[in-house]
Design a binder for this molecule. Sequence first.
Ligand SMILES: Cc1cc2nc3c(=O)[nH]c(=O)nc-3n(C[C@H](O)[C@H](O)[C@H](O)COP(=O)(O)OP(=O)(O)OC[C@H]3O[C@@H](n4cnc5c(N)ncnc54)[C@H](O)[C@@H]3O)c2cc1C
Length: 419
Amino acid sequence: MVTSSDPLTVDCVCIGAGPAGSTTAALVAQHGWKTLLVERDPMPRFHVGESLMPETYWTLERLGVVDELRRRAFTRKQGVQFVTQQGKETRPFFFRQHDDRESSITWHVERADFDQMLFENAQRLGADCRDRTRVTDIHFGEPGEPHLLTLKPADGEPYEVRARVVVDATGQQAMIANRLGLRENYADLQKAAIWGYYRGGARMPDGEAELTTIMNTSDKDSWFWYIPMSGDTVSVGLVSDSDRMKRTRGTAEEIFQQELANCPVLQQRLEHAELVSELRVAKEFSYSTREHAGEGWVLVGDAYGFIDPIYSSGVYLALKSGELAADAIDEGFRSSDLSAGQLAKWCPDFEQGVDLIRRLVRAFYTRPFSFGGFMKEHPQHQSNLTDLLIGRVFGNEAGDIFDDMDPWIRQLLMSESVE
Ligand SMILES: Cc1cc2nc3c(=O)[nH]c(=O)nc-3n(C[C@H](O)[C@H](O)[C@H](O)COP(=O)(O)OP(=O)(O)OC[C@H]3O[C@@H](n4cnc5c(N)ncnc54)[C@H](O)[C@@H]3O)c2cc1C
């Protein structure tokens, strides 16, 4: 039963206080619109996804949180390294060698702290931020009419909110996309992940750059991430085909240990380490959405889509889509146009950038592919590749790399099938 006869009325409701929701809410509020940000969990709340891409810098700067990020003890991330299935550590991609601006050094963040910081920042910029409050229902209004949402606080009675614009930032819950049947899974990217946090794993010597390392297992059926975080903690995660994990009988711990036995480089790094958390599991997290906005609503972050964790692009795309959507919403309010066309104005360019990441993800999962092998034959693409790993995928030439990478992969596949 919904109490309160007079619904709260706002311009914009953002559902979900991950990076996407907090960014959208902060910037819509900063534009001067009455904004409500609702999060079902108590903040701070745990979340996976610690390794940032350097291009997050520009949205974080616009949000005004870069000084706060520097002040916090998050580990600085200076590059990405890949380890082949033969255990060979490839030359790291150091972002600063490519571009010496401060933005090239990014962070490995504890997501609970990072997301809390963005949530508080949305409040600072004028949004009404309510955690422990779940949106349980949305009744879409007729064109020109506000939408009606039902909110349920963890320890209170449900109440209603009227909003001209609803931003779905519910992450993998993808509330609106699921409700309207807009979600489309990538058949070839159905992966699962098992991860935990270690103390005492190998770190770079003092003063040397920390990296995100991606390690293939010896059969190349799976890979691990290795993300050194603050203190002595390292986030270590296994990613493999969902079907393969289902076929491998055993608990998450058993599967994780079996794959660890296939990854000697990681075993070495964890030789003196202790697992200090439970192992968590996520699966079938990769999907896109057929439409990204409608009359008075728009999708951002994972609710818009998620590709794969391999290049740590999730938080970046969440921040970026939040920023672009916020500006489209502001423009829509000013011009009294809250149509799908207006609210999704940014999506075609955004999709082009997302597509470059998606193509690089698919290249990684092509069995004979290796970055080392490709760079050896096409050293002229070092700069394009580093651009992609930095996240510079919007409106530049980094995509030219695929003119050579796609034929190169096709050739590898052909010579494999001949053998
Ligand atoms: C295994 C794995 C590893 C990853 N590693 C990385 C990485 O290293 N780097 C990286 O950048 N990204 C990584 N990601 C992706 C990253 O975690 C996400 O892309 C990112 O968190 C998306 O942010 P978001 O704001 O869209 O959603 P989220 O951060 O998921 O936030 C959504 C919020 O909505 C809330 N919510 C849901 N439903 C409701 C409701 N009905 N009412 C109110 N609130 C609601 C949720 O509680 C949640 O807090 C990884 C993902 C996976 C699966």
